[in-house]
Design a protein around this ligand. Structure first.
Ligand code: DCP
Ligand code: MG
Length: 501
């Protein structure tokens, strides 16, 4: 669930209900609806489905018995995550507009610092558009190792606070405060806990800020964490949920994407209050049965979903990012084969098999493509996964270079379809095509990447072109540093990877 432009018509109206850490900031940060989130997770590559089951499908382990009477669900979401990591590690960019994403001609914005959002730069916008809105911003390509590392630190802090932590993405998680060992779950107690948790995250990550929402359900906690972004804390006291939701646009409800919102709009339903006045049967008629029941409940803040720490994997995936763009198809095929092997091993370890094989490819310009193919029956065989994955890759144009490749299997069944005659044949593992021991990596100096210079030490690429690369010499611990330019093939300058520390 993301905000879209103008999705908070009631912003401010609910203030009287809320325990605010500080006053609401002016203005609205709109988010495109239904944008693609990163596939990567810091949890060993097992991709968990976001969101969890929606209310309406009563029963099963994903629910608490009834809507909670205390504000015991906490949602934490880091602010402008990728951009904040960049500002942390690049002192000269602190307080300045920063845009992270594809910097090439067809690049897309992954995120923008709040300074850049003031100029209307948004996630999923084309970089071209972002440049025209905020030409003086620093445009950087991503450093996924740094983001993943920060995510691991944050999740560790959260898990130390409560055994019930449900990560939703690299920068976002739910916590069940009922398991956090607090004296009680009164508003003052959970508010104090929220403050402390934010401070702990900030201290452990070298200054990253998180916004926290606390309420009686996942839905309310998530809405609340967005209300006072960035660097905010909002607690919604039990019993005030509906007053908070009523003035908001229906798209605040998880599962209400542009298509459902449009259907509701045509029926004259704009706000949650409008939705609340629609009867259950009418809603089912408008948006379908499965969806209608869930909507009916959420419009009343009726959400009893449990915080589920080890979420049932709906797919198993492995992916890897590459510092230099891959262009060689043989190497890509080799990597997919290897990843397919890892996916199959994991599937077998958990006694799973799946019918849908997918690949994920992030191009040099940050656009991310996924392709999938569904088999007649589930498999856990490396050879089958690999062959399908390579076939999917062959249909894509990767000539511009690839920076991330991944393989996943979904549509999981918790058994492998037995051969009718009991002869489950072990297919031979695919022979691995040997990887060129020293593939001549294209020496590319992407803006934002870490480098080290023989004399001046560590810095980052500010820009490059016409045979020259410009570097700013600074690190998270230093003051804003000097800028120097070098020939792109200057042997004193090399990319810096964390292994060098
Ligand atoms: N992301 C991405 N592509 C998108 C949206 C997000 O690559 N279309 C990445 C970049 C973000 C990170 O995921 O930094 C976290 O996503 P959020 O939606 O939480 O956005 P931010 O943390 O950047 O900003 P906010 O302060 O609104 O949470
Ligand atoms: Mg965030």
């Amino acid at each position: 669930m993301r905000r879209g432009p103008g999705r908070w018509p009631g912003r401010g109206l609910g203030v009287g209900l809320l325990v605010m850490a500080r006053t609401l900031p002016a203005g609205t940060d709109g988010w495109p609806v239904g944008e693609q989130r990163l596939w990567s997770t810091p949890y060993g590559g097992v991709l968990c489905m976001p969101g969890g089951p929606l209310p309406g499908r009563v029963g099963g382990s994903g629910y608490v018995r009834e809507v909670r009477t205390h504000a015991s669900v906490l949602h934490l979401d880091l602010d402008a995550f990728f951009a904040a990591v960049e500002q942390r590690d690049k002192p000269s960019l602190r307080g300045r507009p920063v845009v992270v994403g594809g910097v090439g001609g067809r690049g897309v914005v992954a995120t923008a610092s709040y300074e850049a959002r003031r100029y209307g730069v948004r996630s999923a916008m084309t970089t071209r558009e972002a440049r025209s809105r905020c030409p003086h911003a620093a445009f950087l390509t991503g450093r996924f190792t740094a983001y993943r590392e920060a995510s691991v630190v944050v999740m560790r802090i959260l898990r130390a606070a409560s055994p019930l932590v449900e990560p939703l993405s690299l920068d976002e998680a739910f916590l069940d405060l009922g398991a956090a060992g607090l004296g009680d779950l009164e508003v003052d107690t959970v508010t104090a806990f929220g403050h402390e948790l934010r401070e702990r995250v900030c201290a452990a990550t070298g200054g990253l800020t998180a916004s926290v929402g606390i309420g009686t359900s996942k839905f309310i906690a998530k809405v609340a964490s967005d209300l006072d972004k960035p660097d905010g804390l909002v607690v919604v006291p039990p019993g005030t949920e509906q007053q908070l939701l009523r003035p908001m646009h229906v798209s605040v409800i998880p599962g209400v994407g542009p298509a459902t919102a449009e259907r509701l709009r045509r029926a004259g339903v704009h706000t949650v209050a409008d939705l609340e006045s629609v009867g259950a049967e009418e809603l089912v008629r408008l948006v379908g049965k499965a969806h209608g029941n869930g909507l009916y409940r959420l419009a009343r803040a009726d959400d009893d979903r449990a915080v589920v720490p080890e979420r049932e994997a709906k797919s198993v995936s492995v992916e890897g990012t590459h510092d230099t763009d891959l262009t060689d198809r043989t190497i890509m095929a080799h990597l997919l084969t290897r990843q397919a092997g890892e996916v199959a091993t994991r599937l077998r370890k958990h006694g799973l098999s799946g019918r849908t094989i997918s690949i994920k490819v992030r191009l040099h310009d940050f656009t991310t493509l996924s392709r999938s193919s569904t088999l007649a029956s589930p498999t856990d065989q490396a050879a089958v996964v690999a062959r399908t994955a390579r076939g999917l890759l062959s249909d894509l144009d990767t000539s511009g270079g690839v920076r991330l490749l991944g393989v996943g299997v979904s549509g999981l069944a918790d058994w492998v379809q037995e051969d009718l005659f009991g002869e489950t044949e072990e297919l031979d593992e695919e022979p691995e095509t040997p990887l060129d021991p020293a593939p001549e990596a294209r020496r590319s100096w992407a803006p934002g990447m870490d480098v080290v210079h023989e004399d001046l030490g560590r810095g980052w690429v500010w820009g490059s072109g016409r045979g020259v690369v410009t570097v700013r010499f600074e690190t998270a611990q230093s003051a804003s540093g000097p800028v120097r330019s070098y020939a792109v093939d200057d042997p004193r300058l090399t990319p810096f990877t964390l292994e060098q520390t």
